[in-house]
Design a protein around this ligand. Structure first.
Ligand code: BTN
Length: 334
């Protein structure tokens, strides 16, 4: 596990190599400038190479960084991150059962507000309604700890607002407009590219903390995941961002998402829910469609008309209006 506060020596060497990547830097120069021993410089460079960065080493000339790692290491996340809280602390795991489980363990500590848990792969990834979330290497799997100020009544809008934030980030970075499927799925041509999972902890009618789990199929083997999930409930196909024409680095998407999420979070804190509802509706593939969902009291069918300010989906069936607060819907047709 790597976090944003350990390894200051390694981060110093790496940052210096990254900002001087057009020249060779001698071990002695690095040692003098960074005020660490030559042995320490050498050890850090070895570790940096192990982490997936390419550092060329030439006798008499020294070291030169020729390529960066694509892993979402804490120091990569914080470097140039334009947020106040979200992502300013992070924890990176090569492999973990579920970032959500890890974040839930840490969520009660006030010092962890805005902290992010990231994993290169998850062995027990969790989806909504107790489903499994297939999380191989290549995806973006993260959970964000939040200790919000907003009212408990906003809780149900939060997942919807978070999906909107991710959609905004994808528009900005990849120049694509994913569709938003109620409540919090992002789809491309009707197939799921990302999902959100929110766990809320309440205390005497106020929110103690929340954990937002985000799964993004960034560069995954779609066929492989579809094979595993086929036949399971709420399965309607998988999409991967790697199928898009434009290419970006995962770090660009993650940093932009954190900025967009913080903006949305501010809107929620200041009760500007109308704006979120209208922006979500513009991008929604659900509104206007005939939908169906299973409830404990049987099937509900009808036309999805709108979402209310608390995020509930309003469905009309002849003259009957149903307000759905949670659940999984199936899109039937226009
Ligand atoms: C969904 O069912 O649509 C929600 C999927 C959420 C998956 C993410 S991946 C990171 C975090 N850790 C988990 O175990 N689940 C969430």
């Amino acid at each position: 596990m790597y976090n944003s506060f350990d390894n200051p020596g390694l981060v110093k060497v790496l940052t210096f190599l990254q900002t001087h990547n057009t020249e060779y830097l001698s071990g002695q120069d690095l040692s003098d400038v960074l005020k660490i021993s030559r042995v320490a410089v050498w050890k850090h460079i070895k570790k940096i190479q192990e982490l997936g960065y390419t550092v060329e080493s030439k006798q008499k000339l020294g070291y030169k960084l020729t390529s960066n790692s694509d892993e979402l290491f804490p120091w990569e996340i914080t470097s140039g991150l334009k947020t106040k809280v979200i992502g300013q602390q992070s924890y990176y795991f090569d492999s973990i059962d579920s970032t959500q489980n890890q974040a839930l363990k840490m969520a009660g500590d006030p010092a962890n507000n805005g902290a992010v848990i990231i994993a290169a792969k998850q062995t027990g990834g969790k989806g909504r309604s107790g489903r499994k979330w297939v999380s191989p290497k290549g995806g973006i799997w993260l959970s964000i700890i939040l200790q919000p100020k907003f009212d408990i009544s906003i809780t149900t809008l939060f997942p919807i607002a978070s999906a909107l934030a991710l959609s905004n980030a994808l528009e900005k970075t990849l120049k694509i407009s994913p569709e938003l499927k109620w409540p919090n799925d992002l789809t491309i041509k009707g197939k799921k590219v990302a999902g959100m999972l929110v766990d809320v902890s309440l205390e005497s009618n106020r929110i103690k903390n929340m954990v937002l789990g985000v799964g993004i199929n960034f560069d995954v083997d779609v066929k492989h995941i579809e094979k595993i999930l086929k036949g399971s409930s709420n399965f309607y196909g998988v999409a991967s961002l790697s199928e898009q024409k434009n290419k970006i680095k995962p770090i660009q998407l993650v940093q932009t998402f954190f900025v967009e999420l913080e903006k949305i979070y501010e809107l929620l804190n200041t009760k500007q829910t109308k704006k979120i509802v209208s922006e979500w509706t513009k991008r929604s593939s659900t509104i206007g469609k005939n939908v169906e969902l299973n409830t404990r009291d049987g099937k509900i069918k009808g036309k999805a008309i709108k979402i209310d300010e608390d995020g509930a989906l309003v469905i009309a069936d002849n003259n009957k209006i149903n307000r759905i607060i949670a659940g999984d819907i199936i899109h039937l047709s226009k």
